[in-house]
Design a protein around this ligand. Sequence first.
Ligand code: ATP
Ligand code: MG
Length: 672
Amino acid sequence: MAKYYRLHDGPTNSESTSGKLSSIDYRAELNEQQYVAVTTPERVSLVIAGAGAGKTRVLTYRVAWLLDDGISPSQILLLTFTNKAAREMLDRVRNLVPVDLLSLWGGTFHAIGSRLLRRHAENLGFSRSFTILDGDDRKALIRHALANLKLDKIKRKQFPKAEVLSSIFSYADNTLRPLDETIELKYPYHYEHLSEISWVKDEYNRLKKESNAMDFDDLLMKSVELLDNNAFLRDLYRRKFRYILVDEYQDTNAIQERMIEALCGDGSHMMVVGDDSQSIYSWRGADVKHILEFSNRYPEAVTYKIETNYRSVPEILNFSNAAIAGNHNRIEKNLQSVRPSGNMKPAIVALNTSRLEARFVGQRIAELLEEGIEASEIAVLYRAHSHSMDVQMELTGRGIPFRVTSGIRFFEQAHIKDVLSFMRFASNGRDELAFRRIVGFLPGIGPVTSDKLWNQWQQYAEEAGNMGRLSMGTSYSVPTKARRNWDQLVVTMDELTPIDGIVPLPSAMIESIMEAMYDDFMKASYDDYEQRKMDVGQLVAFASQYESVEDFLELVSLLGNTDTEENNVPLTGKVTLSTIHQAKGLEWEVVFLIGLCDGMFPHALSVDSIDSENALEEERRLFYVGVTRAKDQLYLTYPRLAYSSYSSPLILPPSRFLEECPAELLEEWRVD
Ligand code: ATP
Ligand code: MG
């Protein structure tokens, strides 16, 4: 049973002790409920509160409090939803407490998993320099496994494609469900292929191991495997991490839950914070029951509730409370605003088309900027990335700078991945995908030659104990027309491989790759060569912060994963365009929520899904996350009509989420 906590008489680590490092006045900077949570002496605690109540702030101050109490940073593990969030929280702590935080482990579950595995991969039969496969790499390798299955033509047509297989495997791994159950639940029409799908999964795992590579799910699965099977390491880390803190706990999935369990021993202290009403990642296996059933799982857990909202003006808060009221499956919370009235109710604005909707958004943003509101304090949020295109065009037309956090990411562009492949192969000679990618753009070398070369290289490498250089093999069979290019590649790769322990710097590696061959290749292959060259220049600048190529590659591959990560892009002076999923945990003075018609939001797929009741509740939580990002002004917009080239205009009903809310909480704006 959950214990409900009463107020303490005083703090556990008396603030008057002379040992305190910071000058934080915890009582003044936190409200009573937050203060109690921050200073709790309890071993396991759950902080549950609605959006904007200061959960993330509690965790930040909790870290400071622990440091003030003399806990070493190396004993703290901070798990956040994005690596950027961890960095921001630690930056805050650094400003509050003068302590070196290098030894504090903070980041996403994936980043922490990767850090563990970099130290101990040998225990699982991998080397520490294993490659991390991103989504594309993963699909390529699954395709390879699929090819090894040698299906006949007819069967191949019906068999799930690599993309679908990738989702099946991922869902099974993240929810810790057996494959048969996963397929039955999510892809019943593929059930007849169960035994072959299972074979492909094994084959894919074999290929990964052979290439010394792990995918994102492995970073979690293998970390758990490592700790489960190795009592020595498990105890070591359980003793190390005396304090485990988890933000956005409502979006953890089963494997992440297992990871916490593996790291958390009898002597560990754990604090998780979350809001069941903001659980929006069930499609990735997150399960709101982890937070709802937390106290059953950890009977000693103490639950703290925070009921004051600091983020939004009362007008927005009232609307937010109404927006989530339609959900049955939730913990009741009664949020009070501490802020004075903002003198403006959330505005509801209907426009005839999405083009006009975008024009309204653009014009209103221009006015707000004119009034002196910072661009970085304005966000346009939407259900799906494709809903943002009109606004992107409108803002471009008006010359209003913006950043899009939902589109194709820098590190996923082909030319960037090409350059990184050279580095990956130089750092891990067993990385077959990287090898094939590089060889693939040498003119005159097709898949057959590429196979041969790979096999020959493997043979040489094995003889040399996997330590070799590409130039070791002197008798590669290369077609005459490709000879010169191949020789050039061999020389280039040799330059990138360490000699006598001297390892080239990542930035120098990129420059060598460009000079030796890739610049020529780009020129010949892309009509936007100039732009791409600038991108590579940016990559060099980014890489120059790193001394080791492994560190650099690890960071890059983690960036490719998280949807939200946007590194080293200055945020000042830019309006943010983002999906709601990626806006989680963030806040802006002004928020536009666009595309609010039924079918767009809630998404048609959810409305029509087999499990539509749960799907709709998740959509409503997403809507709640969207509206609660706003501090001062909230605009809810939708188009009335949808045009398509082959039918007459379709009338779109406004989102049922708008209809559900009492009209007096909104202010209707009519736009000419
Ligand atoms: P979400 O559910 O969206 O993640 P949250 O509960 O994590 O929200 P925070 O982001 O920590 O909330 O806080 C919301 C805003 O309120 C922040 O700007 C934070 O600095 C501010 N805030 C929280 N608590 C206080 C406080 N006691 N005094 C002043 N400002 C506060
Ligand atoms: Mg938060």
